[in-house]
Design a protein around this ligand. Structure first.
Ligand code: NDP
Ligand SMILES: N[C@@H](CC=O)C(=O)O
Ligand code: NA
Length: 428
């Protein structure tokens, strides 16, 4: 049996996917039954790392998604449009779809999965989160009997590379970003990575699978790493933490609401996520009865991401081979309802805050009184240095309601002795 695959995009991931499909020996035998039928690109003049027959490569992507011969459409062009329209058109022509596009799924998953369910086709997206790391299928299948309580991930390789270099080399954000761009990790426009938007897309997808409901992307609080300074990295290290951009989806205890957020976080040095360095990703899943499981590996790159794309193609081919028309419940999306997200002011978390103050006696006492008034209990207070003739005081709180912490800060900012609050970060 031969299954015809139409691939949209021949960039980093498209090229890796074609290479894998053309090199089937020693891999799963079902790979021999996949044919690269068409590959859609933007420019026919670009030189390509893969050799494909001339009649296979085309700029007519609309023709691929509506061609009756195509069984599976693989969307690897990225961005919102024309990716979204091409996916929907493929579905309307009863094609199964594989995509690596977290941006489209996080924004239009609702529309896409509703259309796919109505058409009786599968939309698979293992590559969209954690690149080559198997995490989508494990959440859908191997962990599906668990009651998931939390998913906490380092899901953006670029920001993890930047933060790791800041820790290891003591460099500043802007210098490491320039280096990451030179090495090809960060995009020319690094906004989606650096401002946490890519991680927000990914945690929205993971939360939907883990908690069995649709997620509105605007419910995910999102804060990037632009304001993480060398001073904070140094203080974090002194206090026994590393700073990571975490994507968190957590069920609020005794409630059906979720806490959904992406922000730089002080992670205790002995936490399993603290040792995930460089461009690697890791996703820690907590549930009952499993306890903790962590998925670790390459979150991006041609080969790693292609591994996820091709395994999705294979999973669809395996079902098609059985000849059944009945949707396989472990491959489809069955969520109808939306999850409810708690507002950030109700989140319970620890905080790290750095203050620049007049170097007067009694300042720490005043800070303590103000915190106490708003039920903010302090775990540690450190005054180590003088910066710009001002005393630098760093505090780490115990768990506190975020709204209460901000109320205390508002009052602290009005104190005469307080010059500024240059940093405010959450602590895991
Ligand atoms: N790169 C990575 O490591 C990872 C990427 N992803 C996701 O995979 C997807 C692809 O990413 P990546 O391979 O890096 O992207 P690239 O930019 O390297 O490749 C995009 C490809 O799509 C083609 N393309 C773009 N727009 C159009 C259009 N309008 N019409 C026709 N063809 C078009 C381009 O054609 P041409 O070559 O002619 O310019 C190119 O071949 C994205 O959704 C990304 O988020 C997910 C995980 C990791
Ligand atoms: N830009 C992303 C690539 C994969 O999704 C990242 O840096 O992780
Ligand atoms: Na993955």
């Amino acid at each position: 049996m031969v299954f015809k695959v139409g691939i949209l995009g021949l960039g980093t991931v498209g090229t890796g996917t074609v290479q894998l499909l053309l090199d089937a020996t020693g891999r799963h035998p079902l790979l021999q039954e996949l044919e690269i039928y068409r590959v859609g690109v933007q420019s026919l003049d670009k030189s390509r790392a893969v050799d494909l027959p001339q009649d296979v490569v085309t700029t007519d992507l609309e023709a691929i998604v509506s061609d009756p011969a195509v069984d599976i459409v693989v969307e690897l062009i990225g961005g919102i449009e024309p990716a979204r329209s091409l996916i929907l058109k493929a579905i309307s022509h009863k094609k199964h779809v594989v995509t690596a596009n977290k941006a489209v799924i996080a924004r239009y998953g609702d529309e896409i999965f509703t259309a796919a369910n109505a058409a009786g086709v599968y939309v698979m997206l293992e590559a969209a989160v954690g690149g080559g790391i198997p995490v989508i299928q494990p959440l859908k299948q191997s962990l599906s009997v668990n009651r998931i309580t939390a998913v906490t991930g380092i899901v953006n390789g670029t920001t993890n590379y930047i933060l790791t270099a800041m820790h290891q080399q003591g460099s500043d954000f802007a210098d490491v970003l320039a280096e990451a761009q030179k090495l090809g990790y960060a995009e020319a426009d690094p906004t989606a990575d650096v401002d946490g938007l890519d991680a927000a897309d990914k945690i929205a997808i993971l939360a939907s699978l883990a908690f069995g409901g649709r997620i509105k992307l605007q419910d995910v609080y999102c804060e990037g790493i632009r304001n993480v300074s060398g001073a904070d990295i140094a203080y974090a290290q002194k206090l026994g933490f590393v700073i990571k951009l975490l994507a968190i989806a957590k069920r609020i205890p005794n409630s059906s609401n979720l806490s959904l957020r992406v922000h730089p976080t002080l992670v205790p040095q002995n936490h399993p996520l603290a040792s995930i360095n460089g461009v690697y990703n890791a996703i820690l899943v907590e549930g009952e009865p499993i306890g903790q499981v962590m998925f670790f590996g390459p979150g991006a790159g041609a080969g790693a991401t292609a591994s996820a794309v091709v395994s999705d193609i294979l999973a669809i081919a395996a079902v098609l081979k059985t000849g059944t028309n009945k949707p396989q419940p472990l491959l489809t999306c069955s969520h109808q309802d939306y999850c409810v997200a708690s507002p950030m002011h109700d989140v319970i978390t620890r905080f790290y805050a750095r203050f620049l103050t007049q170097d007067h006696p009694g300042v720490i006492g005043k800070l303590g009184t103000c915190f106490g008034k708003y039920k903010v209990s302090l775990e540690s207070v450190v005054q180590t240095g003088i910066r710009d003739n001002l005393a630098e005081i760093v505090v780490v709180t115990h768990d506190v309601r975020e709204g209460d912490f901000h109320a205390s800060l508002e009052e602290i900012r009005t104190l005469e002795a307080i010059s500024s609050v240059p940093s405010l970060l959450r602590v895991l």
